[in-house]
Design a protein around this ligand. Structure first.
Ligand code: LMR
Length: 407
């Protein structure tokens, strides 16, 4: 019958992107999807990626054979070091197993699938997401039949972290609950815990035996400093947690369409940690084989070429600073333009927040007004992709926001 498959709604973010493309207004502004743009509103191929590309293409031994099931070994081992730190005890003690994945989403899926099959299968399991979180988290986890709740994260009042609400929710979560954490540059709010707050979060999670599932999609992109952006993950590992990490290279390498990412399983320190790791790795390999057989090669080759070459690695860090620096400049510009205009409200949160996004506090009505009257495209929750702003449109946007707020 024709009603077996009900019509699903269009993905809000990709729908927004399509609406922006259809708009013919010359002043239109795209603040929707989180993808870096340069000051001329164009996608930016990182210069270091161009170099890596050149090296790969000129390699006379280049072929297009299958990768192993776990992916390109040079890539996964460099990814471990990047995320955990080169001298991580977890790596030295052989407690980490890593598989190359279809970017961060694939890593989230592989992790969720693994947990749904092997984690506390005899008890009630709940996944907790921050409120709000990246919209795709909900469907990635519910697709593998894990049920979820949310923990308070964003305070509408301060437009910062609701730390007390967050801690309280952790304290009341059932033992063994899976807590999804954003390592840095929280999407959609741009609000990250301070190091002191991370320590408090880890402490409660340890006491309550909660399981960290860490999503890291912005390492180096947030502050421009790979170690600073990786700090929270390394702290959790130091505290001896068993945990998993979903790592994306879309944003920090500008490899959006190449789908380069990595899933890491870190076993807790113990005398049989390495044996546990080996068993976990064997099951992950079966899951990966049944789902994608083996991962795609190109993006991993590019990232691996850069991560394993000290000269290119240094250049990558400069490219990261170019991106994070321009975004920070746009935060300052937007805030000062709004303050100059005397736009009602406070705007310090624009510069307090970090990473790709700012959670402006604009209401859905104001968002729709901006779209209809000014051809400005942003998600209904008031999130803007800071990378969509540049020296040519930031004033136009500030004036449009000013109008929307005064409406
Ligand atoms: C975003 O939130 O805009 C990005 O992470 C892109 C995506 O796939 O949703």
């Amino acid at each position: 019958s024709n009603d077996v498959v009900p019509q699903a709604p269009e993905d809000p973010l990709f729908g927004l992107m399509a609406a922006y493309r259809r708009d013919t207004d010359p002043n239109k502004v795209d603040l929707g999807i989180g993808a870096y743009r340069d000051d001329t509103a164009k996608p930016w191929v990182l210069p270091v990626v161009r170099k890596a590309d050149e090296i790969i293409r000129n390699d006379p031994n280049l072929n297009h054979e299958y990768l192993p099931i776990a992916g390109l070994a040079d890539f996964t081992s460099a990814s471990q070091k990047l995320v955990l730190g080169a001298d991580s005890p977890a790596i030295k003690e052989k407690r980490v197993t890593s598989l190359q994945t279809i970017s961060g989403t694939g890593a989230l899926h592989l992790g969720a699938l693994f947990l749904s099959k092997f984690y506390r299968t005899n008890s009630k399991r709940v996944v907790y997401f921050s409120d709000p979180t990246w919209a795709n988290h909900f469907q990635v986890f519910s697709n593998v039949n894990l049920s979820y709740l949310t923990y308070p994260y964003f305070s509408k009042k301060t437009r910062g972290l609701d730390f007390d609400g967050f801690i309280n929710a952790l304290q009341n979560a059932a033992e063994g609950s899976i807590i999804v954490l954003h390592a840095c540059a929280h999407n959609p709010t741009g609000v990250d815990p301070t190091q002191e707050q991370w320590k408090g979060i880890a402490k409660v999670m340890k006491e309550k035996k909660l399981f960290p599932f860490i999503d890291t999609a912005y390492q180096g992109f947030a502050s421009g400093d790979l170690d600073q952006d990786g700090w929270a993950i390394r702290y959790f590992v130091e505290q001896g947690f068993e945990l998993v990490i979903a790592q994306s290279y879309a944003k920090n390498f500008g490899l959006y369409g190449e789908r380069a990412g990595c899933f890491h399983f870190v076993t807790a320190p113990s005398s049989d940690a390495e044996a546990t790791k080996t068993r976990v790795a064997s099951q992950l390999a079966i899951l990966q084989r049944s789902e994608i057989s083996n991962p795609p090669i190109y993006g991993a080759r590019v990232a691996s070429t850069v991560l394993n070459n000290p000269e290119l690695f240094a250049e990558w860090k400069e490219n990261l600073c170019t991106m994070s620096g321009r975004i920070i400049d746009m935060r300052k510009a937007l805030r000062s333009k709004l303050e100059e205009l005397g736009t009602p409200g406070t705007w310090n949160h624009i510069t307090d927040q970090i990473g790709m996004f700012s959670f402006t506090g604009l209401s859905e009505k104001q968002v729709m007004y901006l779209r209809d009257e000014f051809h400005v495209y942003m998600t209904k929750n008031g999130r803007i992709s800071m990378a969509g702003l540049n020296t040519k449109n930031v004033e136009y946007f500030a004036k449009a926001v000013d109008k929307a707020v005064r409406e």
